[in-house]
Design a protein around this ligand. Sequence first.
Ligand SMILES: Nc1ncnc2c1ncn2[C@@H]1O[C@H](COP(=O)(O)OP(=O)(O)O)[C@@H](O)[C@H]1O
Ligand SMILES: [Mg+2]
Length: 410
Amino acid sequence: MTSSSNPSADPSPIVACTISRDVQNFDLLIEDMETVLGESWGDLGFAEALAFFNQPEAQTLEFVALAIDDADEDDLVMLGEIIALAKAKKIKVILIAEDVSPAALHQLLRQGADEFVPYPLPEGELAAAIDRLKKREHQAAQQPAFVSTETPADGVLLAVQAIAGGTGASTLAVNLAWELATVDKKDPPRVCVLDFGLQTGSVATYLDLPRRDPVYEMWSDTDVLDEEVFRQALTSFEDKLWVLTAPQDILPLDMITPEDVQRVLDQARARFDYVIVDMPSTLVQWTETVLNNAQVYFTTLELDMRSAQNAIRLKRALRAEDLPLEKVRFCLNRAPKFTDLNGKSRVKRLAESLEIAIELQLPDGGRQVTQSGDHGVPLASSAAKNPLRKEIAKLAFSLHELGKSDAEAA
Ligand SMILES: Nc1ncnc2c1ncn2[C@@H]1O[C@H](COP(=O)(O)OP(=O)(O)O)[C@@H](O)[C@H]1O
Ligand SMILES: [Mg+2]
């Protein structure tokens, strides 16, 4: 074991420390630290740790493994101080605990310990916890790119709602967002996706992103919503697209008010050129808010009775409330092929009977579409030649061209 007393003479800087009453009580931890870090770690007692954090040598520390057992429960206050000081010095804390009561654990985690691993250490668990820390650090490091957005963006708001669940709204939202984010390699627009399908939201799944706690925190108190809170709630996808996933814990749709939604939309539009909102398929009290803010409100439907009947209901509801029906663009998903004359006449009849214009037709992309969602990547990455992808790319291109010519005209 390396001593922390003279790290400057040591060729490898100390990147981690164990902190415990007596590290010999945690021999499995010693083994694991050696496996993961070789020589570049040290060992401190509780009181020593508090003193050490304030010394310049502590600057190379990336994390500490705070190892405690039931005998340490009387020292919770001091343990809390160690965690707080580590946090203040931007040192991560992995809590290693043997036979510690849930209440004590809870308290220490609330005080800011980043990870918890039980002792005796399960095989590979220390390494896994360190990996999780690094991954989060990496994600956090990507965030500044977002903050450095110079001018207010006043983004274009495009919403997508399924007229009936499963008609492809989230697929359209995610892929349209990606196509917009990559539409112009030289001058890529800033794009974000907001998953407002709070309970059923699938954007996180389709892009394989974690659902993070700050999302729930943001929604539960939008009074304090500012740039920083909003930024914390977003996750980046491949550095090109920013995503507000649905929260991890189920949030009742009516817990959110039109005012909450307006605040989130304002934050997003101030920072992004395009804001894509994936709406729940039911009408909610804040549907109106999104509709009023949106430039275009895409509504996906299919060629069946369920979609037809819901389309009638939607039209009636919007009319009754005097809402801007003209913003709604009906998109027929899994549309019949060009050569399917019978199918084409069914589309025509549907549009006529509903008195709607079907302005966009999206082809069936087959199993590749579902597979792409399961793999958590946009179609462009997994099946660039897929007919659905091509159609969505065309849509993104024309929306972007439209936006550019509007901007030039202004
Ligand atoms: N045009 C399409 N071709 C093939 N599969 C599709 C198409 N549109 C959607 N899907 C698949 O249908 C399922 C439901 O799509 P999703 O976008 O989640 O619907 P919604 O958000 O409207 O409930 C997903 O498995 C998706 O991959
Ligand atoms: Mg959906």
